[in-house]
Design a protein around this ligand. Structure first.
Ligand code: G1P
Length: 274
């Protein structure tokens, strides 16, 4: 079945990036004049996604406004002969919906709100903190694996041992270069991580995940963790881990955000445009 739908959970407080996230959602951090979430939606669309649900929270209306039209601005640009600027207002072509998460109860809870949107189809999840620079979109790489095995697929990458405690980490059986069978998964292991393969914010999931999410109790940080629901689902459904290629930047980390800006500011097309 073709993967047409995606959920982008963007409801977190962005505490790592305070104080700016008091007023500016981290998903709106600018990268060459576009907000970070624009690139994530672009990645989804380029991977074949047609319908997207963005889960927001009360202070994230700016994201909703960004993906809406701005008729006043469009009229102004047209009336003042600035037609060439109109194309700058365009956003990736997809049907985008929004839902608000009433309480910050974690990623698993945010995803659960997408159940009626997804209905009974396999779907993608893109965590908007993680941006990738790669010719072939990370999500597209996962969708190819999904199409081959018709099973859940999680994007993973090798991470230094001392940093594994910040991620979901898989226990795996290696199948081939880049491809692993997931036999266990643990959220933010404080001791003895089961491998050096960390979950990097891209998933293709069977809709059964919702029944597991509904039964999931709060885990690490008192939040409903997607990782815990995935762990339960492993008892009933296969899951693969695919080592996505591409440089990953976590925009919730100051260091990665600046590294990404530096990288993008050297982008020749962008500099020519200025
Ligand atoms: C979330 C997931 C974690 C994953 C990470 C990737 O954690 O819970 O499993 O490894 O995203 O960015 P968060 O960074 O939201 O704490």
């Amino acid at each position: 079945m073709k993967i047409k739908k995606a959920i982008i959970p963007a409801a977190g407080y962005g505490t790592r990036s305070l104080p700016i996230t008091k007023v500016l959602p981290k998903e709106m951090f600018p990268i060459n004049g576009k907000p970070a979430i624009h690139y994530v939606v672009e990645e989804a669309v380029a991977s074949g996604i047609e319908e997207i649900l963005i889960v927001v929270s009360r202070n994230k209306n700016m994201i909703i406004d960004y993906f809406d039209r701005s008729l006043e601005l469009e009229t102004f640009l047209a009336e003042t002969n600035k037609h060439h600027l109109l194309e700058k207002l365009s956003v990736p072509e997809a049907h985008i919906q929004f839902v608000r998460q009433p309480y910050a109860k974690g990623l698993g809870d945010a995803l659960e709100l997408g159940k009626p949107f997804i209905n009974e189809e396999p779907f993608a999840v893109l965590l908007p903190d993680d941006l990738f620079i790669e010719k072939e979109q990370s999500l597209k790489q996962l969708i190819k694996v999904y199409e081959k095995f018709n099973s859940n697929v999680i994007g993973v990458q090798k991470v230094k041992k001392e940093l594994l405690k910040n991620y979901g980490v898989i226990k795996e059986k290696n199948i081939s270069t880049r491809l692993h069978e997931v036999v266990g998964i643990v959220e933010k292991p404080q001791t003895a991580p089961p491998s050096n393969l960390a979950v990097v914010g891209r998933y293709v999931l069977h809709p059964d995940i919702f029944s597991f999410l509904m039964k999931t109790k709060p885990g690490v940080g008192g939040e409903i963790q997607l990782t815990d629901a995935l762990k339960e689902m492993l008892k009933e459904r296969n899951c693969y881990g695919y080592e996505v290629s591409g440089e990953r930047y976590d925009i919730g980390s100051h260091k990665d955000y600046y590294k990404l800006l530096k990288k993008m500011n050297n982008d020749k097309d962008y500099l020519d445009e200025l």
